[in-house]
Design a protein around this ligand. Sequence first.
Ligand code: RP5
Length: 162
Amino acid sequence: MSDVKVGIIMGSQSDWPTMKEAANILDELGVPYEAKIVSAHRTPDRLWDYGKTAVDRGLNVIIAGAGGAAHLPGMMASKTRVPVIGVPVQTQALSGVDSLYSIVQMPKGYPVATMAIGAAGAANAGLMAAGILSVSDPALAERLDEWRATLSASIPETPSDD
Ligand code: RP5
């Protein structure tokens, strides 16, 4: 079993600029991950294999991003008990509301923890994954606490005209 506990999957190469925000956070926090293109519509067999092997490969969290008819996170949640965090990728036609609705409205029994649309959602997915892992990883918990404290300290108390 490898060190990689987080899988970042996305429906297309075009999702990577968004999903890289999750990867960047995991890099900052020293969390090993893998990133793969796994499309619900274009590579359904790849999706099935990924979901079927996720537990045995030692994945603890899957971050799944997709846009438009964004079935990837929900289908992955149907195939594995590994928690799935869904990222609605922003689309041109409908601004990502299509992605959000496709991901968030899961039927009872197969949850997807759905983030906000776009880059902020992807970054938060990385933080959520780190938070989940930190429950059983005290060193990561400390790094995450420091990350949060640094962000908090960077927020000025007084607004500026600059
Ligand atoms: C979805 O279709 C992908 O997740 C992507 O957000 C969207 C468009 O994909 P491309 O046509 O750019 O490959 O499956």
